[in-house]
Write a new protein. Structure first.
Length: 149
């Protein structure tokens, strides 16, 4: 199985090299909308709802509507809000699996290490301790531009 992320698991002051694997594969079929007479792909034009004008890419920005007010953002402003990317998955606590709300478990992952050296032993020791105590680790990490817990 191919890993989807690699980095380090931070547990106190210990850094353990790990790899992350998706627990399930993508089971989604992507269909295209086509014209039923000649199978031509259906495309969508970007049109302003106020004046009906078709817009170019340069004429479109991102905004958030709140209380009837349109707050506009530049790409630089949005980029400054992205979390700092590291290769560290930090353990922030432990709990039983029953303590985690089911809606927080949107996607499951496995983590493992392919190191048989000292770092691999640290990972196995942590894993065995969690199994004996019937606990799971709550972790925080950044992947691409999103922070996960």
């Amino acid at each position: 199985m191919r890993s989807i992320w690699s980095g380090y698991l931070l547990f106190g002051s210990i850094l353990i090299p790990i790899r992350q694997y998706a627990a399930s594969g993508k089971l989604h079929v992507n269909f295209h909308q086509v014209h039923k007479t000649d199978c031509g792909r259906v495309r969508y034009k970007k049109v302003c709802e106020k004046d009906g004008e078709e817009l170019d890419h340069e004429d479109i920005i991102k905004a958030y509507l709140i209380g009837g007010e349109c707050i506009k953002f530049t790409d630089n402003e949005l980029n400054s809000l992205k979390p700092f990317t590291t290769k560290i998955m930090e353990i922030i606590g432990f709990c039983t699996i029953e303590e985690i709300p089911i809606d927080a478990l949107s996607k499951s992952y496995y983590i493992g290490t392919d190191s048989t050296k000292k770092e691999g032993k640290s990972f196995l020791l942590l894993k065995e301790a969690m199994l004996k105590s019937n606990k799971v680790a709550v972790v925080k990490w950044v992947s691409r531009t999103n922070e996960y817990m």
